[in-house]
Ligand binder design. Structure first.
Ligand SMILES: [Mg+2]
Length: 192
């Protein structure tokens, strides 16, 4: 079986960070309003520091997260044909100790929502590029560097700035939704 590495945030589920920022700032930003990768980068430095203290003490974003349409259904179908690793970064260098809780939140959310994934194939890391695999799916271009014969970038507002030519040069193919992932990776229910 080929090894397939799939990112979690903004690839399988989305929205929790934005909701936390909106609640903190009492704003109503939509994801299309945010062009930065980290939502909190819309804040001034001093405010951002206060937000980070509040965030790691009070917020589990996975309690209010939204599923990206079809993600779970397609991953379950893929799990019959591929060896799947959910690979997600959790280390926040701005709050090294405090960000440890994210490893627990992420692990528990994956176990609860994707029971078909072997818990031993959940990779909580800060170094995705050293993970050997055949196929990668992520919403962040830099996470698609390194190993992989097929690299799929799931479109999100923050990565729309990358042109098809730039992606092509890096060996990355853009996909707009999970139906497209399924069409690429499953041919009549069989793997490539
Ligand atoms: Mg992501």
């Amino acid at each position: 079986m080929k090894k397939l590495m799939i990112d979690l945030d903004e690839t399988i589920c989305t929205g929790g960070y934005l909701e936390a920022v909106n609640e903190y700032l009492k704003t109503d930003y939509k994801d299309t309003d945010i062009e930065t990768y980290f939502v909190e980068d819309i804040m001034e430095d001093e405010e951002k520091e206060k937000f980070l203290d509040y965030f790691y003490k009070n917020v589990n974003i996975y309690k209010n997260i939204h599923m990206i349409p079809d993600s779970i259904k397609v991953i379950e179908a893929l799990s019959h044909e591929y060896e799947i690793y959910i690979t997600t970064a959790f280390v926040d260098k701005r709050r090294v100790y405090e960000s440890g809780v994210m490893a627990m939140y992420k692990y528990q959310w994956i176990v609860e929502n994707m029971p078909f994934i072997d818990p031993k194939k959940i990779i909580l890391t800060g170094s995705k590029d050293i993970v050997m695999c055949d196929i990668k799916i992520d919403d962040k271009v830099s996470n698609l560097k390194g190993y992989g014969d097929i690299k799929l970038l799931l479109t999100q507002p923050h990565n729309e700035k990358f042109t098809l030519e730039e992606l092509d040069e890096a060996g990355i193919r853009r996909v707009h939704d999970w139906a497209q992932v399924k069409a690429i990776l499953l041919k009549d229910g069989e793997s490539l």
